[in-house]
Design a protein. Structure first.
Length: 307
């Protein structure tokens, strides 16, 4: 172990008063450094859950359940209230890269209006599709929910059930909580709980292009697509946006400002930063309410040059 490479990170966390819980650093396939500010335990990963949903889609496509260029109207006919040309064009690819054409996230809108989330599919199709799909990036929790529902419709399993033998158990993760709605559909956009060490294995799996213990769990060509820009995010202007939000978005994965790197990204400072040029993965589990990007930037400011 080389925990000394975390010395500057520990100082920076203390100086900035960042509420990081656990850090795990992997290099060349092995954990080379880790630190627990608090005891490691399964923690809500928020939007890091989205990347697991994406990989489920990649596996299901490979297994022949659908193709990424399929139109979503062909799978959700029972949910559609009214249809226009933009909605008719929307594909699974558009769901994956947050290019649905909505101007507002239906889930965020419902939460702001104190409406229940027991029929997110209905909320999704009620929201006007004002842009041509694939042309406008909008961070959209409902899009990810629809990917989870697509898995349920096409495979007959919830997303969690589908991924248990395909990802979780091969990684040695047997106890998985993934919150679901009243219909038993995993939320997809959030709701997954894992401890940092197990989460870091999933980051290693992506860095390995889907291979674990010499077995191909996720198609390598899907990971190659998922981890490169599929849509432009240069106009993303949320109050917290930094250069790390303007490099493009893949399939439920953000591109970083650090060249050729990408990340899983969740509320309150959940990050899995994958650095192919360093053959490294840096995982953070946090409970940081006010400076989430400060947690991500620990990677650039205190770790990456030591890898």
């Amino acid at each position: 172990m080389k925990n000394c490479i975390l010395d500057d990170l520990l100082k920076s966390v203390k100086k900035q008063n960042l509420h990081v819980l656990n850090v795990v650093v992997r290099k060349d396939g092995d954990i080379i450094a880790e630190h627990d500010f608090e005891e490691e335990k399964p923690t809500l990963l928020w939007s890091v859950s989205k990347t697991f949903t994406s990989m489920g889609i990649g596996i299901a496509e490979y297994e022949g359940y659908f193709k990424l260029n399929d139109k979503i109207v062909d799978y959700f006919a029972d949910d559609i209230i009214q249809i226009n040309d933009n909605l008719r064009k929307m594909t699974i690819h558009d769901l994956l890269c947050m290019g649905t054409g909505h101007a507002r996230c239906p889930v965020t809108k419902a939460m702001e209006e104190n409406k229940p989330l027991d029929d997110i599919s209905r909320l999704f199709f009620q929201e006007p599709v004002v842009f041509e799909p694939g042309t406008h990036f909008l961070y959209n929790n409902a899009a990810t929910y629809m990917l989870s529902k697509l898995i349920s419709i096409t495979t007959g399993y919830s997303l969690k059930e589908y991924l248990m033998p395909r990802i979780f158990k091969p990684l040695g993760i047997s106890d998985v909580q993934w919150d679901s709605d009243v219909n038993g559909i995993s939320f997809g956009f959030s709701g997954l709980y894992l401890p940092a060490g197990e989460l870091s294995k999933f980051g290693q799996l992506l860095l390995n292009l889907g291979v674990w213990n010499k077995k191909q769990l996720i198609p390598a060509d899907y990971i190659a697509q998922a981890t490169r820009p599929q849509i432009d995010t240069s106009k993303f202007n949320e109050y917290f946006a930094t250069a790390d939000h303007k490099q493009g978005y893949g399939y439920q994965i953000w591109m970083n400002s650090y060249p050729k790197s990408y990340r899983m990204d969740g509320f309150y400072g959940q990050y899995v930063v994958i650095l192919p040029d360093k053959n490294a993965v840096v995982t953070y589990v946090s409970n940081e309410p006010s400076n989430m990007t400060g947690v991500l930037e620990l990677t650039w400011n205190t770790i990456v040059d030591k890898l």
